[in-house]
Design a binder for this molecule. Sequence first.
Ligand SMILES: NC(=O)c1ccc[n+]([C@@H]2O[C@H](COP(=O)([O-])OP(=O)(O)OC[C@H]3O[C@@H](n4cnc5c(N)ncnc54)[C@H](O)[C@@H]3O)[C@@H](O)[C@H]2O)c1
Length: 282
Amino acid sequence: MTISGLGIVGGGQMGQGIAQLAAGAGLEVRVVEANRDLLQRALEGVAKNLDKLVQRGRLPQEKKAEILKRVKGAQGLEELAGTEIIIEAVSEVEPLKLEIFRKLDSVVPPQTILASNTSSIPITRLASATRRPEKVIGIHFMNPAPVMELVEIVCGLKTSPETFQKAQELAKSLGKTVVEVKDYPGFIVNRLLMPMLNEAMYVLMEGTATREAIDKAMTLGTHQPMGPLALADFIGLDTCLSILETLHKEFGDARYRPCPLLRRYVEAGWLGKKSGKGFYTY
Ligand SMILES: NC(=O)c1ccc[n+]([C@@H]2O[C@H](COP(=O)([O-])OP(=O)(O)OC[C@H]3O[C@@H](n4cnc5c(N)ncnc54)[C@H](O)[C@@H]3O)[C@@H](O)[C@H]2O)c1
């Protein structure tokens, strides 16, 4: 593969997973977080995930050290200037992402590809914050990134075929299977998944069934590996709400209206597994 250096902006669940995956495949990875403490938490998160693999006998100890050596923190976006592709994986908040793209565009060389891991925000819109829209693309990893096979690649209206080739090359070198998707909100996975998770929340809010019954019904009744409420907790309830808001706003269709119960949980800071409480307690 010709790509050797990867920059990641945002070291939350997805940023950590992508860093682990890429470093495991031999790439040099630099991660930027919002501040030093969060950067520290991100690097420790990658180490903890690798520890779990070592404990389960799925990764030799010496390999862990080798992978960790390839994941380095960076104090600012300008330190990503030496990487060939940068993947933005900050929170699913449009103004924040636009700001990151604007800043990246001004501090990294014009040939660097700027990718987003966004779940729902149009790539063409993120590209419009830069002077290199042909080099902006969506590379949407699934959670957990090291485990899930699929990557959705989303070209904006101005994304060049060369940028698509490079993104595809990166995803394949990380062992992923690629599907190409047009630039419409939610792409494939979240367009189909989010209405189901949202409806499960309505079923809970209306008292039709308990959370356990809802999740049991969907795991045992439709062979899904996780129930919708457990899955929403795993994704992050703030992320689910942001995706639904984007779908609702973009399509103007009531079928995407976010469940009020979801809004209340996010307002209460109950964001799911990452905050220790969501529909379940962790
Ligand atoms: N959670 C999922 O299942 C999933 C799956 C696929 C894609 N995504 C997408 O990936 C992105 C990240 O999601 P996540 O689940 O990792 O969220 P998260 O809340 O776990 O992490 C987001 C991270 O962004 C960081 N951040 C915020 N502002 C920043 C800034 N200015 N500079 C650098 N870092 C900053 C936060 O500190 C946080 O660590 C979102 O766009 C989301 O839609 C999420």
